[in-house]
Design a protein. Structure first.
Length: 487
């Protein structure tokens, strides 16, 4: 394969040879044992919103049992409150919603955006977001500042403009985007865009920059936000002695200093086992309950009681106007009601997370061994550039390959825009092989159980998981060959 002087030339060559990569990948999958019966039946994660994993047997049983009973929905929400308070204490409260994105929407609107009623001109508000991955979620609810970021989300999602991610922006709300110290934001991908490369983020120096931004924007400041993940590829490799990412803890301290909320987007995270708001200082943590936890499609908002009051009021769950402890009524965000079946499954998984955390951790430990073993069989040039780490928070193994670029042209890095454009050759190549793909952009790959790789009780099936990872490794070797990175 040819060698390239510039990155864009390598990505152009990959685009021109995509069909050859697909053909080789499909043939290799068959050689590895991915039979026609298995195609489309196993994948690298059960935590994809567009293709959720089958529910565990215990979760299905809880849903079916409750479906035959007459249960006021407010009483189900009260059960969720009790479980959360069992773990985090009485200073915390909770509110279930129909999706994680819905949870972010109501949280940003109630806590960050300025009021829309009353006489006079509306004031503007600003929240601060570190420049990290998934910016169309946690940084998508305000108009970007500085102006150079104003179109950074334009090519994400299925629709552009007012009906796309830009349409999420709240009234008179800005988002101040702050690059992280030690991060790289270089262009990559067939859809050639800047990608956040975060394994070398310096947390302390980044917090100094974030503090300086807060001081500049203090008159308008209404909050801070970040992701809740805990892995090097997401910029959270530096942790304090109790395992809390230094960057997240520092953001919590900054929010406390300015007396504004710190909202954590932990969509691909586990309540109780993962991000702990008592340690990070987070005001609110928002979860996608159908990803790592394994509930039916729904979201969950956990936060300090004081900030949860407006969120619960906006959802019609904080009690009736004439005075009750709880309700399940009409309010501004009644469109985010999760419904009975989702609530029943949330109760079940929250009980399991509270009472049997080791079950979840064991799946991660077992998966970590499988991923390490399979990638160790890859070519040495690829393997030595990998950072493989486990996350109990996300129930995943992260495979990061940024370091392949330390000595010149490395393994191809596909942007998130590639994912939305269909030009992400790792994701599209896996689909051609018959493997349901996972999140794999920005030089980072998440691998987790659940998509045909776990039994009905949620126990990992080692041979199927190993086969899925083996196919990923083979595809990376094929793609690396066409990029000129591997011989």
């Amino acid at each position: 394969m040819p060698k390239f002087k510039y990155k864009f030339q390598m990505y152009k060559h990959l685009q021109q040879n995509a069909q050859k990569i697909y053909q080789e990948a499909a043939a290799r999958a068959l050689e590895l044992g991915l039979t026609p019966e298995l195609k489309g039946k196993i994948g690298l994660t059960g935590a994809i919103s567009g293709c959720p994993a089958p529910l565990r047997r215990s979760v299905i049983a809880a849903s079916e049992k409750g479906a035959d009973e007459i249960i006021p929905l407010a009483s189900l929400v009260e059960q969720i409150r009790e479980i959360v308070k069992d773990v985090y204490g009485d200073d915390y409260d909770v509110c279930p919603v129909n999706t994680c994105e819905g949870g972010l929407w109501v949280t940003f609107d109630t806590l960050f955006s300025p009021p829309t009623t009353g006489r006079g001109e509306k004031y503007r508000a600003r929240y601060i977001a570190p420049y990290e991955k998934h910016m169309h979620h946690q940084a998508g609810y305000g108009r970007p500042f500085p102006a150079k970021y104003k179109e950074m989300l334009a090519d994400r999602g299925a629709t552009a403009g007012e009906f796309g991610f830009a349409g999420k922006r709240q009234d008179n709300l800005d988002v101040v985007i702050v690059p992280l110290e030690g991060a790289k934001y270089t262009n990559h991908g067939i859809k050639y865009f800047p990608v956040p490369l975060l394994t070398e983020v310096d947390a302390e120096s980044s917090l100094e920059v974030l503090a300086a931004a807060a001081e500049v924007h203090a008159p308008y400041l209404t909050g801070f936000t970040s992701l809740g993940y805990d892995t090097p590829g997401y910029g959270y490799g530096q942790k304090d002695p109790d395992g809390t990412p230094v960057l997240q803890k520092g953001l919590g301290e900054l929010a406390a200093e300015y007396d504004v909320p710190y909202v954590v987007d932990n969509a691909w995270g586990l309540p109780f086992i993962g991000h702990d708001p008592r340690k990070s200082g987070a005001s609110v943590v928002v979860y996608s309950m159908d990803k790592a936890t394994g509930a039916a499609t729904s979201g969950l908002i956990i936060g300090r009681e004081d900030v949860m009051v407006p969120i619960r009021r906006a959802l019609g769950m904080h009690g009736d106007r004439y005075g009750t402890i709880a309700s399940y009524g009409k309010a501004a965000y009644v469109i985010l009601d999760p419904g009975k079946e989702a609530l029943l499954t949330q109760i079940q998984v929250l009980k399991e997370l509270r009472d049997n955390a080791n079950f979840y951790k064991q799946q991660v430990d077992q998966l970590y061994d499988i991923v390490k073993q399979e990638f160790a069989k890859a070519g040495p040039r690829l393997y030595k550039g990998l950072i493989i780490s486990k996350s109990y928070n996300s129930l995943t193994i992260e495979v990061n390959y940024e370091n392949t670029w330390k000595e010149g042209m490395g393994f191809p890095i596909f942007s998130i825009e590639d994912m939305y454009a269909g030009s992400h050759l790792i994701q599209t190549g896996l689909a051609q092989m018959g493997i349901i793909p996972t999140i794999a952009y920005d030089g980072n790959i998440f691998i987790s159980p659940g998509m045909g790789t776990s039994d009905p009780d949620g126990n990992l099936i080692p041979d199927k998981m190993a086969l899925a990872v083996r196919c990923l490794v083979a595809l990376m070797e094929i793609t690396g060959k066409y990029s000129g990175f591997l011989d």
